[in-house]
Structures are given as C-alpha cells and as structure tokens.
Design a protein around this ligand. Structure first.
Ligand SMILES: Nc1nc2c(ncn2[C@@H]2O[C@H](COP(=O)(O)OP(=O)(O)OP(=O)(O)O)[C@@H](O)[C@H]2O)c(=O)[nH]1
Ligand SMILES: [Mg+2]
Length: 506
C-alpha cells in the first residue's frame, strides 16, 4: 500500500489536559474508522455525509463503561485541507482518553501520523504549495502579531501568486519556442525575435523585483529595526532607556558618550522590533550615502568609526527616529535633515519610515526663549518627549508601532526559511533569464545586420534555430528554479527539510 492510501491519525490539540481535545484523521478509511467509535445523535450517519458537515454524538471506547460527548467535523470528499477525506473529533481533552481513542482508531485501520504529515498530504494533493507549507509553520510558530501577519499573508498566496504567474508566462514562451523546433523546416519562426526579447525582458524584470523583495528586506524572524539617530548629547541613550524601560545605555552630560551601538527588543503592543541606540553623528554625516567601500580602518579615529557605525545602522533600519534637542536651536545638520524630511518621506514612502523626537522637552518648557521648539510649535510629524518626565513616550511608542507596521507591509517579508530557499533559486532564475535575453538581443542585432546586407534567408534561418535552442535551455533552467520555490518541482531533501520541522498532528 502506498503511503497516501493509508489513513493517518494524531492528536491535534496541544499536549496536556484541557477542556477540549482534538483528534484529526485523514485518508480513504476515515469514514470506516469513525463508524467504530462514533454514534451520531441524529439520523444522519458519517457514511451518509456528502459535504463538509458537523455532527454531534457520542464516543464509544471499548475500555470505558460510559459514552462521552463528541462532535465530529467531517470533510468527506477532496475539498479538505489534505485533499482527501478528513475528520476531526472534538471531545474532552484528557490525555489518557485521547490515547485510548487513537488506539481504537489504529485498531480500525488508521496509523499514527508523522510530524507534518497532514500538511505534506495537502502539498502532495496540490492543495498548497511549498511556500504555503512553510507559512503554515510560520503561523504555528508566530511569536507576535507581525510574524503572524507575514505568515498569514504568505499562506494566502502573497508570494506564491506572482511566482505562479511568472512561471505560467515562461511555460507559454517555452511552448512557443518548442513548437518552432518541431516545425523547423518552416521558414517563419513561431515567435518573432523582438517579441521573444520583450517577453524575456518582462520576465527578468519581475524576477528582479521578487529577488529584491525577498533579498533585501526583513524576514519575519529578523525583527524590524528602529534606530535612534542624531547629534551628540541630544538624549538618544536616555530615550533608548525610557523606551526599553531598562538602564542599559550609559547617559552623561558629555557629548560623545555612546561609541558603539546598543540594541534592545521592544514589544510595541504586540508588534516586536529591535531598538538601536547609536553614537551621535557629525557635520559630515550623510545618512543616505552609500557605504564606504574601502574604509581605512587603521587610519580611522574612534569617533569616525562610531559615526560610520551609526550611519550603517541608520541605513539598515526600517524606521529612523531623528532626535532633536529642543533646549537649543537646531544646528545646520539638523536644519537640513528637518528641511529635507518631506522630500524624504515621499521618496521613501514605505521603504524607510522616519519619526522626529524632540527630546528634553521638560527643559524646553522652562527655557522660554532660544530653544528649538516652543511647546506649541512642534510640527505634526514630530513628538515632543522627555525621558525625565515620561512625556510623549507612550505617543512615541504608538507612532513607532504604526511606522514598523507600515515598513513591514511594504517589505513583502516572508517566513524566514522560505526567504533563504527562495533567494538562491530566484537569483539563478534571474541569471538564466538574463542570459536568454542577451542571446535574443544578439540575434536581433545579427538579423538587422543580415537584412541590411541582404543575406540569404536560409543561412539566417539556421542561426535563428541555434539561438532559440539556447534560449529554450535557459528558460528550462529558470522554470526549474522557480518551480523549486513554488513546489512544482521538489526534491526529497527539500521536503525533508520543510516537513521535519512540523509537529505531529499538523
Ligand atoms: N532635562 C532633560 N535632560 C535630558 C533628557 N534626556 C537626556 N537628558 C540629558 O542630556 C544629556 C545627554 O543625554 P544622553 O542620553 O547621554 O544623550 P546621547 O544623545 O545619547 O549622547 P551621545 O551618546 O553622547 O551622543 C545627559 O546629561 C542627560 O541627563 C530629558 O528628557 N530631559
Ligand atoms: Mg548616547
């Protein structure tokens, strides 16, 4: 008997006693196994059910004198999670009782399910693809709302959909090319070189976009990064301590206290992030400049290194909090950041979020003149804060939460293992498509040259076929790689790696 012909059973509720315990079964013998333990209250028997149905009744276990209440949820056909008959028995969540139930179902012909076997069956019956199988894991393992959101989006096909569409388009294209080989004697190509090049370019663009989405942004397991950035002595470390409710960062009245950067995990009302305190910047610091390709480490002073580290942290973060000391006038660097913030917020909409924290506001209020921001003049995209009195800290946390969610929503984050697996495959697919496109471009150029010289069609035609075969070969590689991601092509190794991480009953 093949494994798929066997009926599997497992406890699907969490271990330990509970008011409700769930036993899940899947496979062709589900109805027969149910008959041996379950009696429905009403006239309808499980074997007569034709569509997904809930039935109330009693459980009859051989070694128990009395019957127990039980509801069963039955999917008798192929429209179930696993694509085969499935039943869930909901009864009292007593571990010895559930053991007895499982034993009796096994005696009736079922066998114990392996970890992840229900989801594996869903995959094998094409109810879900591999990215969604990993998303099931992501949902089960989610530790906070953000991880749950990412996993649910992936489960709904967020990533799978564009990949499937791309694969379908490439399969069509390959079909056209191969039809051309079958009729190689005809002079006309089945797809014009320009059209072939255009379609390859479109596919390469989509692949690049997917690769960027997956490659550069956070995965659900890498926390979104929120960085405190600003001039020395503006109160960044004090804000870090106030937000993280710990006195981890050293605070002093001397500018340049923080040299390294510090991190703390924050829970913003169900949304986690990593908060980073950095060293103060200097006049030369351009937060958006590309990284210094070959920093001369020997020559760099500690200050320069600290500033460089702060700049890198600012670039890697999804959210920046620009700290401005409200007890003094903004300096030139701060003025330029404040002046450019609207342009930046439009250019970066989604990519990177920025908030402005006016710090030391308790002192600003007592300084009537000469400070940066009189109490009633804080712009609407800013928050007036004081780490001493706690003013504005809750508001800042609320705004941080919104900014993190905005950044995550625009990042197409994926469940971490999917990201790792996808990245390499999509890179290889993009490379193949790029090579295919180069061949097509070379052929167009050669065709033009030939027609200018009015060369013979036959000679030209022979080269067309050569080029098309090479393009078809590249297309096949790209399709295989994309197929690995969506699960159209999979190896035992990939299946093992994914499904061995599931727990029994899922
Ligand atoms: N009145 C007032 N003073 C503050 C507040 N926050 C920080 N300070 C003071 O400002 C000074 C600098 O604070 P830090 O938190 O060390 O500032 P920083 O931005 O981390 O400084 P560097 O690490 O040197 O860049 C210290 O003397 C703090 O006591 C505040 O909310 N109110
Ligand atoms: Mg500091």
């Amino acid at each position: 008997m093949s494994e798929l012909e066997e009926t599997i059973v497992a406890v699907a509720s969490p271990p330990g006693g509970a008011a409700r315990g769930i036993v899940r079964m899947s496979g062709p013998d589900v109805l027969h196994c149910l008959e041996t333990v379950f009696r429905a209250d009403g006239p309808q028997k499980p074997a007569e059910v034709e569509r997904p149905t809930a039935l109330a009744g009693t459980l009859h276990l051989n070694s128990l004198a009395s019957a127990l209440r039980c509801e069963i949820y039955l999917w008798p056909g192929r429209k179930s999670y696993t694509g085969e008959p499935v039943a869930e028995l909901h009864t009292l969540g007593s571990p010895p009782l559930l053991d007895l139930l499982i034993k009796q179902l096994c005696a009736a012909g079922a066998r114990l399910a392996q970890p992840g076997e229900f989801t594996l069956r869903a995959f094998l019956s094409r109810r879900i693809d591999l990215t969604q199988a990993e998303a099931v894991l992501g949902v089960i393992d989610a530790h906070d709302q953000q991880q749950l959101d990412v996993a649910l989006e992936q489960l709904a096909g967020g990533l799978a959909q564009p990949l499937h569409t791309l694969r379908d388009a490439l399969l069509d294209l390959l079909g056209h090319l191969e039809a051309g080989f079958d009729f190689a004697d005809e002079d006309l190509p089945f797809i014009a070189a320009e059209e072939l090049e255009r379609q390859l370019a479109a596919a390469a663009e989509i692949t690049d976009k997917l690769a960027r989405q997956i490659g550069t942004r956070a995965t659900a397991q890498q926390l979104p990064r929120v960085v405190l950035i600003g001039w020395p002595n503006t109160g960044k470390s004090s804000l870090f301590n106030a937000l993280s409710e710990k006195s981890k960062a050293i605070v002093s009245r001397h500018a340049g206290t923080t040299r390294d950067y510090l991190t703390a995990k924050l829970d913003l009302d169900g949304v986690s992030c990593c908060l980073i305190d950095t060293a103060g910047v200097d006049m030369e610091t351009d937060l958006d400049a590309p990284a210094n390709a070959s920093p001369d480490v020997e020559q760099e002073s500690v200050e320069q290194e600290s500033v460089e580290m702060a700049r890198q942290q600012a670039q890697q973060a999804q959210v920046r909090i620009l700290c401005i000391d409200s007890t003094r006038r903004p300096n030139a660097w701060e003025e330029s950041r404040l002046a450019g913030r609207h342009a930046q917020s439009e250019a970066d909409s989604g990519r990177q979020q920025q908030l402005i924290a006016w710090t030391k506001y308790d002192a600003a209020e007592s300084f009537a003149e000469g400070n940066a921001a009189p109490p009633d003049a804080v712009p609407s995209d800013s928050i007036a804060t004081s780490s001493f009195t706690g003013k504005g800290i809750d508001e800042l946390r609320r705004r941080m939460r919104e900014a993190v969610l905005r950044a995550v929503a625009s990042s197409s984050a994926v469940v971490a293992p999917t990201a790792v697996r996808c990245r390499e495959s999509i890179r290889l697919a993009a490379e193949s498509l790029g090579r295919g496109r180069e061949i097509a471009q070379g052929r167009i150029a050669a065709d033009r040259e030939n027609s200018a010289q009015e060369n013979g069609v036959q000679e030209n035609g022979a080269r067309i076929i050569d080029g098309e075969e090479l393009i078809a070969a590249e297309l096949r590689v790209a399709l295989d790689e994309l197929g690995k991601v969506v699960g159209a092509i999979y190896t035992d190794d990939i299946l093992d790696r994914i499904f061995s991480r599931f727990c029994i009953g899922k």
